[in-house]
Write a protein that binds this ligand. Structure first.
Ligand code: PGA
Length: 237
């Protein structure tokens, strides 16, 4: 199973570093055999966290990247910098970025291309809104998010299925619902080198049930991942 901590901006720079420093020993032991743990911190902490994680198998991810490789794009962070720091993963197209930062499918497509070219594995978020869910349009919504992306057969990618109505709400879909959507996602992908993780209100109460979903290979965990003890339980349960 893959466990991805998406800290968003819940923690400050100092809190992020403290989280890693204080739990480094336990963190190193968390990823058992076939498990993979990935920390997606804020940009400013990535470099320091990379150094702290140096002798562990824990992966490091960014939460976003620029859709241009370099140039006059004030406030952006380039894929080249992420590569130089040693980031192995990058979250792309999170619903919060699509909603609050007007990120389009075109931006997402450009970012994915740059990540593939620089050997950083994209963690691509897809998912339906509450309205789409209620209107039975979940599959169509996800289909439209995936349709214009070039995901070559030989490139590794993690797809995070995150129903937007479940993020931060404490509400999770049934396992049958999650499996149905995941099978649909799989049917739309050319690449066989994909893994699907689930995201949306994952915590120690909800995770046990969702781990039973056959097509799920892991979790993208927001709020609950900021508390190490909670995160540890999610991984070990
Ligand atoms: P949540 O967030 O676990 O706090 O619901 C998940 C996400 O947005 O990736």
């Amino acid at each position: 199973m893959i466990y991805i901590a998406n800290w968003k901006i819940y923690l400050s720079y100092q809190q992020e570093i403290k989280w890693v420093k204080e739990n480094l020993q336990e963190l190193g032991k968390l990823a058992r055999k076939e498990d993979q743990v990935i920390i997606c911190s804020s940009f400013v902490s990535l470099s320091n966290i990379k150094e702290l994680l140096n002798n562990t198998t824990i992966g490091l991810g960014a939460q976003n990247c620029a859709s241009n490789l370099s140039g006059a794009y004030t406030g952006e962070v380039s894929v080249i910098s992420l590569k130089e720091i040693g980031c192995n993963y990058c979250i792309i197209g999170h619903s919060e970025r699509r909603q609050y930062f007007c990120e389009t499918d075109k931006d997402i497509s450009l970012k994915i291309k740059l990540l593939f070219e620089n050997n950083i594995i994209p963690i691509l978020c897809v998912g339906e809104t509450e309205e789409e869910h209620k209107k039975n349009q979940s599959k169509a919504a996800i289909e439209s998010q995936l349709k214009n992306l070039d995901l070559p057969e030989d490139k590794e990618i993690i797809i995070a299925y995150e129903p937007i109505w479940s993020i931060g709400t404490g509400i999770t879909p049934s396992n049958k619902y999650i499996e149905d959507i995941c099978l649909h996602i799989k049917s739309l992908l050319k690449t066989k080198k994909h893994k699907i993780v689930y995201g949306g209100s994952v915590n120690q109460q909800t995770v046990v049930e969702i781990k039973k979903v056959a097509s799920i290979s892991g979790f993208l965990i927001g709020k609950a991942s900021t508390d190490f003890q909670e995160f540890k339980k999610i991984v070990l349960l």
